[in-house]
Design a protein around this ligand. Structure first.
Ligand code: COA
Length: 169
């Protein structure tokens, strides 16, 4: 487990960083997104990414979030934290960063989907003010054939004054 005292830096993640993001995604998901998929996503209008880096000189990728803002609504498309960096506040900092980014892009709400079985992520989002507003049965299909319901979560975005993304916020 990483120590929050080690510090984090949160940087914008653009399509050129897909070779860094894809291996991280693969360490976190049963069905990871490859470099091409991530680069394509980040090239879409309104898409954004934030990468959390820690370690010496903040050179170690610890986790990232990808999202999109359109029509006054934001969406978190994926969020992952390297297993070696979990329970150190990395995801909390990334989701807060995504909320700030979406707010500055004039989104009033942020949506996301989370698997019913993913209790860790549900705890994280619950603490950050997300509420369940819908469900999609059999939405996820794992590589072993298991299926899972997707919960649709929503949070209001409180407009934030301009400042830098900061893991301590
Ligand atoms: C879910 C995930 C993103 C959490 O990342 P993280 O950096 O470890 O989360 P944080 O340290 O910011 O945790 C913030 C809070 O979320 C909750 N939480 C996080 N992980 C938890 C776990 N395994 N069990 C219970 N609660 C958890 C806790 O309330 C935690 O606060 P605390 O540590 O003060 O108790 C990470 O486990 C992950 O990448 N999982 C695989 C991919 C995934 O599920 N992505 C989300 C898809 S919607």
């Amino acid at each position: 487990m990483a120590s929050p005292q080690r510090g984090l830096r949160i940087l914008p993640a653009e399509a050129a960083l897909a070779p860094v993001l894809a291996p991280l995604h693969a360490r976190c998901f049963d069905r990871p997104w490859d470099e091409t998929a991530i680069a394509r996503l980040l090239a879409l209008p309104g898409a954004f990414g934030l990468l959390a880096c820690g370690g010496a000189d903040f050179q170690t990728p610890a986790g990232f979030v990808l999202g999109r803002v359109a029509g006054g609504e934001g969406e978190i498309l994926t969020l992952c934290v390297d297993p070696a960096w979990r329970r150190a506040g990395v995801a909390r900092a990334l989701v807060r960063g995504a909320m700030k980014h979406a707010g500055r892009a004039n989104a009033a709400t942020l949506f996301l989907e989370v698997a019913l079985s993913n209790l860790a992520a549900q705890a994280l989002y619950g603490h950050l003010g997300f509420e369940t507003v819908g469900r999609r049965p059999d939405y996820y299909r794992e590589s072993d054939g298991r299926r899972d319901t997707a919960l649709i979560l929503r949070a209001d975005i409180v407009p934030a004054p301009p400042d830098r993304y900061d893991a301590r916020n």
